[in-house]
Design a protein around this ligand. Structure first.
Ligand SMILES: [Zn+2]
Length: 184
């Protein structure tokens, strides 16, 4: 490693180790740790291979797109990550470390095969969306849990399954009707 690379590595060693454990793409690591591109993408590829013995995932990081939040399960997971992130920031942690620890918390608290589909890339998209104001984190008036949603989107709580969640909405309505008929 060249001197500059080595200095960068020493400065960010713990963060880089965690990001490699998460299987983050080199492009994602660069966006997070060297947003102006001062550290070359190849450095991140080399660090990933040295730390994990594997070749990093190819390609670009996914675009800043919130379509994945339309699935209640993903919205629920996103809400867990965002809640932990906001709390850690409030406690004074650096925003990069808050994101890393919030994602680690999410992995620990979910089943392995289910957590792998919510990549670290998505967690970064989520936090960025929140920081820019595209995404909001709102308390549900019905169940009091907090959930993430787009700024101009109607309330769609993943716990209550209300709003426009496709099939779930119909199921929710049918459940309500069944309860109503029982009472009647
Ligand atoms: Zn709710």
């Amino acid at each position: 490693m060249k001197n500059l690379q080595l200095r960068f590595y020493i400065e960010h060693e713990q963060r880089l180790k965690r990001l490699c454990e998460f299987g983050a793409r080199p492009k994602t690591m660069q966006a997070l740790l060297s947003p102006r591109g001062g550290v070359h993408i190849q450095t991140f590829r080399e660090i990933f291979t040295q730390l994990t013995g594997r070749t990093p995932k190819p390609g670009m990081s996914p675009a800043q797109d919130y379509a994945f939040l339309q699935k209640p399960g993903w919205r629920f997971k996103g809400s867990l990550i965002l809640q932990a992130y906001i709390r850690l920031c409030e406690l004074g942690a650096h925003h990069i470390d808050s994101l890393i620890e919030a994602y680690a918390f999410f992995l620990e608290s979910s089943e392995l095969e289910k957590s792998s589909e919510f990549s670290f890339e998505r967690a970064l998209i989520l936090v960025r969306g929140f920081e820019t104001g595209d995404l909001r984190f709102t308390k549900c008036a019905c169940c009091s849990s907090h959930h993430v949603h787009e700024r101009n989107e109607p309330v769609m709580c993943p716990v209550c399954n209300n709003g426009s969640f496709g099939g779930s909405r119909k199921r929710h309505r049918n459940r309500l009707l069944a309860t109503f008929h029982q009472v009647g």
